[in-house]
Structures are given as C-alpha cells and as structure tokens.
Design a protein. Structure first.
Length: 353
C-alpha cells in the first residue's frame, strides 16, 4: 500500500463516513464495500435486491458485516424520494409512477440518497457507461456556489517515481469536459488544486499544460492556456486558496527540474508540478491511460469536481483496491465539505431547480 492512500485511510479512520455503492450486482463492488468496512473507514450501503446481493456475496465468500442492502423498488424512502424528484423543475408534472420508475434505477436512487443526506459519498461506474453515472448526479446534485463547470480529476499514484509528490499526481480533466473553454479550464485548475489541498494539506503546484512553454509557439491554442492560467490565478486569489499555478508549460518543463531551468527559469511550478491540467479531454484521458498502463500506476478516479456532495465515477476496469481507494478519497472529501461549504447544508431543497 502506498504512503498516499495509507494517509487517506488514516485520516478517514478518525471520522468514518458512509458510502453508497449502487452496483450491488458486481462482485468487485461487494468485495470493495466489505473491505471498506473491514478497514474501519465507515459503513457501506449497496443497492440491489437483497436475495441477489446475499447470494452473490455467498458465492464469492464476501462478508456483508455492517453493509446495508437497499432495494430501491421496495425502499421505505421511495415515496419521499418521489416527492423530492417531482419538486425539481426538470420533473415537475410527472406522475408518481413515472418518478418511481426513474428512481428504481440504482444510480438515480443513490444520487437522491446523497443529495438527501442519507449517505456521505457515492461511488459508481464499475459496470456502467459514464453517461449512466453522470446524468443522475448532474440532474440531482447541486453544483457548488459560484461553480459553472463540473469536471473530474484522476489521482495517479506512480510507483518508484520522483515526479509530483513522490509519484502522486493529479490529472484533470480526464473524464467530463471534452473541449473546455478558457473559463472552464480555469475552473478545472482551481477545483483540482482545491482537491489536492484538501486531501494532502500541501500547497498545490498546478501546471497548465500545452505543446509550448512560455510562448515558444504562438498559436490560438497556446494563448488559450495563457488566458486560462491568468484567470485561474485571479480565482485562486479571490478564494484565498493557497496554490501556485503557471502556464503554458510543456509536460517535461512541468515535471523535470533540469528542463524547467532551461524552459521556465524562475517558475514556482515548473519542475515541481503535482497537478497537471490538460488542454482537453482527449489529451487528459490518453495521458492518464498511458501512465496507468506503462508506469503501472494506480489510478483513483474519476473524482468529480464542482458538485456540492462528493462522488466519483469508476473506470469499468477498476480493481477492488481501486474501488476501495476511490471510496476512501470520496469519504475524506465529505469530512471537509461542511467546513468548506456550510451554505450547502442548510435547506438545500428549498432552492433546488
């Protein structure tokens, strides 16, 4: 186990949190939920028909100790959730039977549990397409105040690596926004920096990546990164967030001190970056998959950024250990959410649209 994920577990054991796993029909998810409990990170909730989940657990010798099984179709909270759903602008005028049918889908039911405060975080996607996970979250979970961009980050834990923070690097966005605007790129940078600060307590060093460094190529694409860097710096100042940010930087200038000294001398980020912001979804996703496979890195994500409640979308290739790690990261986020965003824990339903 790496020092990074062990530190996450240690912090979480002091304040355990409840995570909901909608995919109770997947043995990896059941095993991860059981391991989450065994590690004393908190209780777990899995969704599915009770007899099916119990049969699957028995077949794979998985303990269900301290795991709550909920079947959305027969759940006692279904009438309450139906009323909640019908109160949202998107669903107003819907019949009760139609709302119940939507909520019988585990992804929608889990998102409603999260929004309604019946769990602290949500982890899904082990056997679902991205849209099936993201759509309920985006429809039912409010964004954070002042946030216009919902994005995601992957935490790459690279063994035997000197780059980043002893091989730990945050990649964003690698899962949500295909072609981010200047405004969106700045939001992605700020929220990823905030995530790193929250999880580690260290000052993030954020590199806005490009194919050029400090004007070595003058194109609309590189100037877009320069503009996003300036805007992100302004947002960081306005928020009082402790973070260093620089761009545009090529990835070698961002990571290697000897290259940074040539291409970006005097930069507070170049050669020391631990947060990498990619110019688009193509580059971010490709880079994440390459690092994961070629460097045998552990990838924790996608950790969703900008939502008022913590959630993550898993890769369909996620292992049990990956799922446990992501769940722990999401749970650790939940510890800080009340302090960071107290306004989100008032009467949130009164203003939801």
């Amino acid at each position: 186990m790496s020092a990074f994920i062990e530190s996450v577990y240690e912090k979480l054991r002091r304040h355990p949190k409840r995570i909901v796993f909608p995919e109770g029909n997947d043995p990896r998810v059941l095993q991860a939920a059981s391991e989450f409990v065994h590690l004393k990170l908190g209780p777990a909730v899995v969704l599915g028909k009770k007899e099916d989940v119990e049969a699957l657990a028995a077949a794979h010798n998985i303990s269900l100790h301290h795991i709550l099984i909920i079947d959305p179709e027969t759940a006692a909270d279904m009438p309450l959730f139906v009323r909640r759903l019908e109160s949202l602008q998107r669903y107003r005028g819907m019949k009760d039977s139609e709302a119940a049918k939507i909520l019988s889908n585990g992804n929608y039911f889990a998102a409603m549990m999260l929004q309604n405060g019946q769990c602290d975080g949500l982890v899904a996607g082990a056997n679902e397409f991205s849209g099936n996970i993201l759509r309920p979250l985006f429809q039912l979970i409010k964004p954070l105040p002042g946030i216009k961009t919902i994005s995601s980050a992957i935490i790459m834990d690279v063994p035997d690596c000197a780059y980043g923070d002893n091989g730990v690097l945050f990649f964003a966005d690698a899962g949500v926004v295909p072609e981010p605007t200047v405004e969106q790129l700045s939001d992605i940078a700020v929220e990823t920096a905030r995530l790193r600060r929250q999880l580690t307590g260290d000052v993030p060093r954020v590199a806005m990546l490009s194919f050029s460094t400090k004007g070595s190529a003058q194109t609309n694409a590189s100037q877009r990164i320069v503009a996003a860097t300036a805007l992100a710096r302004q947002k960081i100042r306005d928020l009082g967030l402790k973070a260093e940010i620089d761009g545009e930087l090529q990835v070698d200038a961002a990571l290697l001190p000897e290259i940074a000294s040539i291409k970006a001398p005097g930069s507070m980020v170049a050669g020391k970056a631990d947060v990498l912001i990619f110019p688009d979804l193509n580059s971010g996703n490709i880079a994440a998959k390459l690092v994961q496979r070629l460097a045998k890195a552990t990838a924790y994500g996608q950790i969703l950024l900008g939502l008022s409640k913590p959630a993550a979308e898993l890769s369909r290739g996620a292992s049990v250990n990956d799922i446990v790690g992501v769940a722990a990261i999401v749970a650790l986020q939940a510890i800080e959410y009340r302090k960071l965003y107290p306004d989100q824990y008032t009467d949130i339903w009164a203003t939801t649209e």
